[in-house]
Design a protein around this ligand. Structure first.
Ligand code: NBP
Length: 487
């Protein structure tokens, strides 16, 4: 600390309830949310002009402008609470390195960005060793959620939660069904960011499934954007009711001012990703969780990014001649309804995969996760918010140690009812050459999970053949090896 900054710190009165570092989209909106709920917020941004512009644009609010980290720390009441909202990765470490020497034992640093859970594990240990508290806090809901109420997924130092709980319950989304705030302390170390990672993995799956439903309706039935808007609006009034279905209907209604065409048709088919979906797939392999729908969603985003290569391939590789909407006009209403059912069943399968991964990770990482509580804080504020999450919450309330959502009588029954429509839609898409990797993966997961006998016996035999890896028998306990080659 320099002499100059010491004098700033010394003259500053500690009036702020919380400090926030990082005034980009999320940070600014969270500050406004905190302030609207009665908290005085000290604000700091690496680029000071951004902080000054933000404070100037919000006159009359209880904000404390902090041009330096020293000024920020000096303006916060003890024990200090500081929320970091900067880009995940090295920037979070840089901010922590700047803050930690300025803080006192008992102060709390929170990281509200999309940090990798293993980084959060490391930071928790490092900061707790200094006597500081640390919470890794997944925050979902984008700009609107940050301003009006996000879903918040905190994990880390348990001791501080009681102190900050009222503040975060005040700013969190409230579930429409019972008014409960969508925030709950989830577990130690990286538990919060782990849950946020799985939330985002499920979000990837959800978005890919919706995109495939759109593709089938467009390519098999030739539905226009206006017709698609009607279909998705209708779906949003039923069991598929959710934020993502709602915004999808709105997207189909938007007309491009430049061309007069539906704007969605003018958007390049190259999907971006920031890493949380990829991390979910990567860690699924570590914890031994099968999540084929999420894997398919990540893979398909990667394939979508290979636009130039796909354009060349499309000129050389034959496609199915059945890509003609007119071919299926006769059972249009029935097919639209079958796609709706297939989407719902696929969604249950995808959530079953994601929640089962949380169950396994909770054991593997000793996170003591409460899956009912997690489903309940996803009911509002976050991107995957949906009516359907109430059913998941009920399933875990009924049986907290439920191994898989498909085993819940209500959800399993809902899938069973939709099975004929689900198979029909996947068959149709495969027959027409419409790529539906997430629909297919969801169904294959269901079929694998519900198969008492899989062909893994042959795989074990092959492994034993070429590597003497041994195999187990169906009729006897033990490990066996055979000479498999011709006698
Ligand atoms: P960004 O992820 O775009 O980060 C920009 C902020 O990070 C700016 O305040 C920038 O300061 C600061 N920053 C960077 Br970059 N490097 C820094 C460093 N070395 N030291 C200090 N500050 C640094 O902001 P965002 O979109 O608001 O997201 C914030 C976090 O929330 C991210 O982890 C993001 O993944 C997560 N998140 C975002 C959303 C969303 O919808 N955007 C939703 C949910 C979660 P500068 O102004 O000086 O460059």
């Amino acid at each position: 600390m320099t002499l100059a900054t010491q004098s700033v710190a010394a003259t500053q009165t500690a009036t702020a309830d919380i400090g926030l570092v990082g005034l980009a989209v999320m940070g600014q909106n969270l500050v406004l949310n905190l302030e609207r709920n009665g908290f005085t917020v000290a604000v700091y941004n690496r680029t000071t002009a951004t902080m000054e512009e933000f404070v100037a644009a919000n006159p009359g609010r209880q904000l404390v402008a902090a041009p330096t980290l020293e000024a920020l720390v000096a303006s916060i009441k003890r024990p200090r609470k500081i929320l970091i909202m900067v880009k995940a990765g090295a920037p979070v470490d840089a901010v922590i390195a700047g803050l930690a020497p300025l803080l006192e034992p008992g102060d709390l640093i929170m990281d509200g960005g999309n940090s990798y859970f293993a980084d959060t594990e490391r930071r928790t240990l490092e900061l707790e060793a200094l006597g500081l508290h640390f919470l890794g806090m997944g925050i979902s809901g984008g700009e609107e959620g940050a301003l009006w109420g996000p879903s918040i997924m905190p994990g880390g130092s348990a001791a501080v939660w009681a102190d900050i709980r009222p503040m975060f319950e005040a700013i969190a989304a409230k579930a429409p069904e019972d008014g409960k705030p969508c925030v709950v302390y989830l577990g130690p170390r990286g538990a919060g960011h782990y849950v946020k990672m799985i939330h985002n993995g499920i979000e990837y799956g959800d978005m890919q499934l919706i995109a495939e439903a759109y593709d089938i309706l467009r390519r098999a039935l030739g539905l226009s954007a206006a017709e698609l808007a009607e279909v998705f609006t209708d779906w949003n009034n039923g069991e598929l009711n959710s934020f993502l279905i709602e915004i999808t209907a709105q997207i189909f209604r938007k007309v491009d001012a430049k061309t007069g065409q539906p704007l969605v048709d003018m958007v390049l088919d190259r999907a971006a990703q920031k890493g949380t979906g990829k991390w979910t797939s990567q860690d699924a392999m570590n914890v031994g969780a099968p999540i084929p729908t999420i894997n398919a969603a990540v893979t398909e985003r990667i394939l979508s990014s290979m636009k130039a290569e796909r354009v060349v391939a499309a000129q050389h590789l034959p496609t199915s001649p059945l890509h003609d909407g007119a071919a299926r006009q006769e059972d249009r209403a029935a097919l639209i309804d079958a796609v709706r059912q297939a989407l719902y069943a696929s969604k249950i399968s995808a959530y079953a995969q994601g929640m089962a991964m949380l169950h396994l990770a909770s054991i593997g990482y000793d996170y003591t996760l409460d899956l009912a509580a997690i489903a309940s804080i996803w009911r509002a504020g976050c991107i995957i918010r949906a009516q359907f999450l109430n059913r998941i919450t009920e399933a875990y309330n009924l049986k907290p140690d439920l191994a898989n959502l498909l085993l819940d009588p209500a959800l399993g029954g809902a899938v069973a009812e939709r099975l004929p429509a689900w198979r029909r839609v996947v068959q149709l898409a495969v027959g027409m050459g419409i790529p539906t990797p997430a629909f297919s993966a969801s169904l294959a997961y269901y079929d694998s999970y519900s198969s008492a006998r899989l062909p893994a016996n042959l795989i074990q035999a092959q492994r034993d053949f070429f590597g003497a890896h041994t195999y187990e028998r169906v009729d006897e306990v033990g490990n066996f090896h055979s000479e498999w080659g011709e006698e």
